[in-house]
Design a protein around this ligand. Sequence first.
Ligand SMILES: NC(=O)c1ccc[n+]([C@@H]2O[C@H](COP(=O)([O-])OP(=O)(O)OC[C@H]3O[C@@H](n4cnc5c(N)ncnc54)[C@H](OP(=O)(O)O)[C@@H]3O)[C@@H](O)[C@H]2O)c1
Length: 246
Amino acid sequence: MASQHTSERVLLAGASGATGQELLSVLRPTDLTVRATTRSYANVDTLERHGADEVLVADFFESADAVAAVEDCDIVYCALGTPPSYRHVTGGKLVDRTGVVNLVTAALSEGVSHFVFESAIGVGNSKAGMPFPARLVVRGSLSAKRDAETALRRAGIEYTIVRPGRLTNEPPSGEVVVGEGGDSVTGSISRADVARVMAAAPFTPDARNRTFEVVSRDGLSGTPTNLVEVDWVDDRLAAARERRHL
Ligand SMILES: NC(=O)c1ccc[n+]([C@@H]2O[C@H](COP(=O)([O-])OP(=O)(O)OC[C@H]3O[C@@H](n4cnc5c(N)ncnc54)[C@H](OP(=O)(O)O)[C@@H]3O)[C@@H](O)[C@H]2O)c1
């Protein structure tokens, strides 16, 4: 289904966030129908102006909101994250676990064909890719994301887990270094580069049911290992860019 060029509806969970906004600008010119979410009514106008076809105010701690969000969606892009909070350290109830698991459960019931989850280098077997002091201050959210990753892998939905290094707000570099297996790459990457990788994942046969660590070439630190070549299929995204420039 993912390779057919019919008009699919995609859910962009966390569209109001920093990566979410980058994803929205990548998805906006495509033929995909984009349903964007935020918890705040104050963000609705902005999301519509930035190209969301539908905007839903939803709190993913509520499973009913997750069910409503995925209704009639073929693809889920999940760019949710906990705002600055002591909970990054202590853990507990975090959207990175509870919210993502609610979305995965809802997506499974809805028959969603592909789920793309923005996780982080530092989660699970990629622990060594995040410096120890940084790991200490976000250990609660790292463990929440590990649980969410596990839930997604076990759900039986086709998925791509994208674990970026430290996020920046730089423009897209277009040069993303991809590792796999946890202990692979470390460094930084722009949210714009992450958005491009995430957007292409559902249309990329190489990305099915895989977990990637990603940094940008100029953000690489240390010596990368376990690099993989992924043949990203972004023809729908590229076609949309070309149409805009005609
Ligand atoms: N910072 C880094 O260096 C780094 C590195 C690797 C990975 N990451 C991860 O990458 C992801 C994206 O980070 P970011 O900084 O780009 O995002 P962000 O700006 O923090 O945005 C987070 C999004 O999550 C939404 N959200 C939070 N709680 C929610 C809830 N209960 N229900 C529904 N939506 C909720 C927010 O929506 P509203 O506030 O509008 O409701 C917002 O759209 C996060 O998971 C982050 O942990 C970060």
